[in-house]
Write a protein that binds this ligand. Structure first.
Ligand code: R5P
Length: 293
């Protein structure tokens, strides 16, 4: 079995290969032609091998690289091709919000699954995303890796900044044996949100609170949630997410209001302190059987 890491996920792919008992690991050769087109080439003897390709799709370039690598791996005669997309870009456009829009998550899923026997991902944005796939889809969670980091810490509350993440806060609360609380978010526009506490919110005075979200993008949600928790007396605020995009100055803005920022390694960023490699590898071991053990 081979593990191949695209440029968006090289470090995570290497961690996965180690988790799979040092499975052969390869980094493809990539370059740009003078006209800007992308060129990729995979090495190794892939004929008849099961191949795990790891590539997050943060940018459109990452998507193109993924599709070209899938084709190259098929051309090389691989047996089964399992595609790991740790961060599945476009998953937030999981429905048509206004007439004339695409369901971008579905469009991307269709193309990725064309040349894949199965897809593995981490914390898809919503349940709706699952319907976009017709091939076997396996989803790891970013919650256990972050919970492993927080296990020995004196955490008082897990806080969801909005309705969408309440299950994540609950799951982490259950793992850590701590209570979880939901806040309410109103999105003003793509960069601004308002966050308020629900009437039954507990007293946060002197407490260590961990805000749990799937994605930190512009940082607006976490910044507003942190400010609210501070106003309500929290004395230590941890901002935790599965996918850390940290656009523009998001990291600095969050650091100004939160004491700590944690993310998993689905995307390379300065806060990636928890790895999803053990969780993804467990899925691969179960799916690929002896080839991955
Ligand atoms: C929204 O539904 C997501 O769960 C995140 O809360 C959101 O994507 C975070 O975006 P931002 O960092 O731009 O506020």
């Amino acid at each position: 079995m081979y593990v191949i890491g695209g440029r968006a996920s090289t470090s995570l792919a290497e961690r996965i290969s180690r988790e799979l008992g040092n499975a052969p690991f390869a980094i493809p050769f990539c370059k740009r032609f003078p006209d800007g087109e992308l060129y990729v080439r995979v090495g190794g003897q892939l004929e008849g091998e099961d191949v795990v390709l790891v590539q997050s799709t943060r940018s459109d370039q990452d998507i193109l690289e993924l599709l070209l690598l899938q084709d190259a791996i098929r051309q090389a005669g691989a047996n089964r091709l399992w595609v790991v997309v740790p961060y599945f870009g476009y998953s937030r456009q999981d429905r048509m919000f206004y007439p004339g829009e695409p369901v971008s998550a579905r469009a991307l899923a269709r193309h990725v699954e064309l040349e894949a026997d199965a897809i593995v991902t981490v914390d898809l944005h919503s349940e709706l995303n699952h319907q976009a796939f017709h091939k076997p889809l396996f989803e790891a969670s970013g919650i256990p890796p972050i919970a492993r980091l927080l296990r020995e810490r004196p955490v008082d509350y897990l806080v969801s900044p909005d309705k969408g993440s309440i299950d994540r806060a609950r799951r982490m609360g259950e793992i850590l044996g701590r209570p979880w609380v939901g806040l309410q978010k109103k999105r003003v526009d793509s960069e601004h949100v308002e966050i308020v506490a629900l009437p039954d919110a507990p007293d946060f005075h002197g407490k260590h609170v961990v805000i749990v979200d799937d994605v930190i993008s512009t940082g607006g949600t976490i910044v507003e949630a942190s400010k609210l928790l501070r106003q309500r007396g929290a004395n230590f605020v941890t901002a935790a997410c599965t996918h850390g995009l940290f656009l523009r100055d998001a990291f600095e803005r969050i650091k100004a209001v939160a004491d700590e920022i944690l993310s998993t390694d689905t995307l390379e960023n300065p806060a990636e302190k928890a790895s999803v490699a053990p969780d993804v590898s467990e899925i691969l071991r179960r799916g690929l059987g002896s080839a991955a053990s």
